[in-house]
Ligand binder design. Sequence first.
Ligand SMILES: [Zn+2]
Length: 450
Amino acid sequence: MNHPINHTAATLLITGGTVVSGDPTTGTVTVTDVLVRDGAIAEIGPGLAAPGADVIDASGMLVLPGLVDSHKHTWQSAVRHRCTGMDLMTYFGEMFGRLGPRYRPEDVYIGNLLGALAALDAGTTTIMDWSHVQNSPDHADAAIRGLREAGVRAVFGHGWPLVDLPEWIMNSGRDHTGDLRRIRHELLSDDDALVTLALAGRGPELSTMDVTRNDLAMARDLGIRTSIHMGCGEAFGAMAAISRLNDAGLLGPDLTFVHCSENSDDELRMMADHGVSASVAPQHEQGFPGIGHTPIDRLRGLGVTTGLSSDTEAFGAADLFTQMKVALAATRSRVNTGGSRFEDPPSAFSAADAFHLATQGAADTLGLGDRVGGLTPGKAADIVLIRATDLNLYPVTDPVAAVVNAAHPGNVDTVVVGGVVRKRGGVLLGVDQDRLRDLAERSRRHVLAP
Ligand SMILES: [Zn+2]
């Protein structure tokens, strides 16, 4: 069934919920209202009135800021769990060497549409789409089309092609494609739009320092941020890429490094010193042989701004509830076994800390921290309602712990992005599930053909 969607941001009054704002000044407030006007949060407080507003009864619900995913290879969403039994190097060979060149623009479109809708369905309202499948300009156009059609807030991270792959990733001497300039000028020039642009860069682990310098200069000239994978496994960690960027004077607050699991404490300190943020995916770091232990405790100990991410559905889950649970378990496990250098129980990493990494922390890594990541008047109305009356959640003693330790995408009742209701009563609006399933299955068959 295809429920219609009203694409204009109406005045919304969300009444009587428990607001878990993520905003330190507001905190968690029981039985209160949230007023949304013109796509933004206008007011939070009890007994608000707004004649003519679309009223959403949130009694028995937890009202959260939309979750923020700081790194997601959305294009891989139609080959779900293909790589679950692989180690890191086998995944690279399979996904980038063998399957990546097969991706047509329509495969990127359906991957992005499916992955972005699965994110929305699970209460993730912002994703950083890390799209290293830019086999042609048509692939970029298709990726952006998928994101826009889904209605998610997204940063489209433009990466490199997977055709002629060795030329792009083995100490590559090729600069990032000039298609980035076309996309910036013709498709994603508005930094206030729902979909914005970043560079998904290769950095010193995959290209020469000259290329890295040129790529970062292009991104900075275009006024966009850059995200780079770092220290993903021992071999990459040994390349000391962050030290080399530091020596070259290239580190800055417009950079986000992904994983960083095998980078030294000294290198993480360089990140903190220069305002470089980090994106981690603990389900993948803990579950994918070869990446290395999730560095959340080290990043936190050194003061690096950090966000959670769902990385790829070729291995793991689409949602951030899973990532919050693994973040908490993996980080506490290292504390509990004496392996952490920076934390002492019982003050170590809490459920609230995990929630922060999936909201404000992740928003900060995308340069969107003043717009999303918390329920604060003036911020965009990206809001998620969780049914706390569901069997797995009631009675609620600690709302944040309930969200982090027990909630799952099935508890997500309502999702609002920029004041537009995308999911209501547990149903994603405006989505033809039959068409989506058919497109995804056809793409999967094409990409995975023997
Ligand atoms: Zn990644």
